[in-house]
Ligand binder design. Structure first.
Ligand SMILES: Nc1ncnc2c1ncn2[C@@H]1O[C@H](COP(=O)(O)OP(=O)(O)O)[C@@H](O)[C@H]1O
Ligand SMILES: [Mg+2]
Length: 226
């Protein structure tokens, strides 16, 4: 499969005024289209920092991040926003659904920022992705009326609304019981069969083991051979 993204010697330092924290140092790896990658490691090891860079939310790093043959550092804010909207879907531990919007409208939301989609196609497309996660009978429900597993499935449908090439998930099963978490991780794995690249930060070894590749972070570097 073709390469989707590549990090070359990426380093991210944070300063609190007096001290520098090296959240990531010299991190290099590449990920193919349709690959599933787990990022594991203890709290504070740099997982979320890494995900922010991969998701084009953080530009304060040194080194090179290439996504879809584009050097991310060469993009202006508008180009970054465009790439984030079209190519990247996010799934969070706390689902992050908009509480006052229905299931259907939560999934439509990312399409409203995508001028390539005709307004008249919003509902049809939202229905199709909600059907693919098994929730087409919950269109009018509000997030609070759903179980955690159902809310996470809405979040996955929302992440897929613009047919991204990359889905980033930060502890997607962290707030779910093990049976539901298993269903959610299987659903995320199934996206890769359609060619979507899936990167999951997880503390759950069972989730990590399902992925094609695992990267273990330790103090901001990739730990090998453990
Ligand atoms: N915005 C920030 N400002 C200062 N330090 C930060 C910031 N974000 C992360 N860090 C520090 O970088 C290190 C890695 O954090 P993080 O990526 O959140 O780790 P993880 O997600 O693995 O728990 C930690 O020492 C954290 O305190
Ligand atoms: Mg984190």
């Amino acid at each position: 499969m073709a390469e989707l993204l590549k990090l070359d010697k990426v380093t991210r330092a944070f300063s609190d005024g007096t001290q520098q924290v090296m959240a990531l140092s010299n991190v290099s790896f590449s990920v193919s289209e349709g690959e599933t990658l787990a990022i594991v490691g203890p709290s504070g090891s740099g997982k979320s920092t890494l995900l922010s860079i991969l998701g084009l939310l953080d530009r304060g790093y040194k080194g090179t991040y290439t996504i879809s043959d584009t050097n991310a550092a060469a993009l202006d804010n508008q180009q970054l926003a465009h790439l984030r909207n079209r190519e990247i879907g996010w799934v969070f531990q706390n689902f992050n659904l908009i509480s006052h919007l229905s299931v259907l409208h939560n999934v439509v939301l990312p399409m409203r920022y995508n001028r390539e989609i005709d307004k008249r196609a919003y509902h049809q497309r939202a229905l199709a992705v909600l059907d693919s996660v098994g929730l087409k009978d919950k269109l009018d429900a509000k997030p609070s009326q759903l179980s955690g597993g159902q809310q996470q499935r809405v979040a996955i449908a929302r992440a897929l609304a613009n047919q991204p090439s990359l889905v980033l998930a930060d502890e997607p099963t962290g707030n779910l019981d093990s049976k539901t978490g298993n269903m959610i991780s299987e659903l995320l794995m199934s996206l890769a069969q359609a060619g979507t690249t899936v990167i999951i930060v997880t503390h759950d070894d069972k989730v990590a083991a399902k992925c094609d590749t695992q990267i273990r972070l330790k103090d901001g570097t990739i730990a090998h051979g453990e």
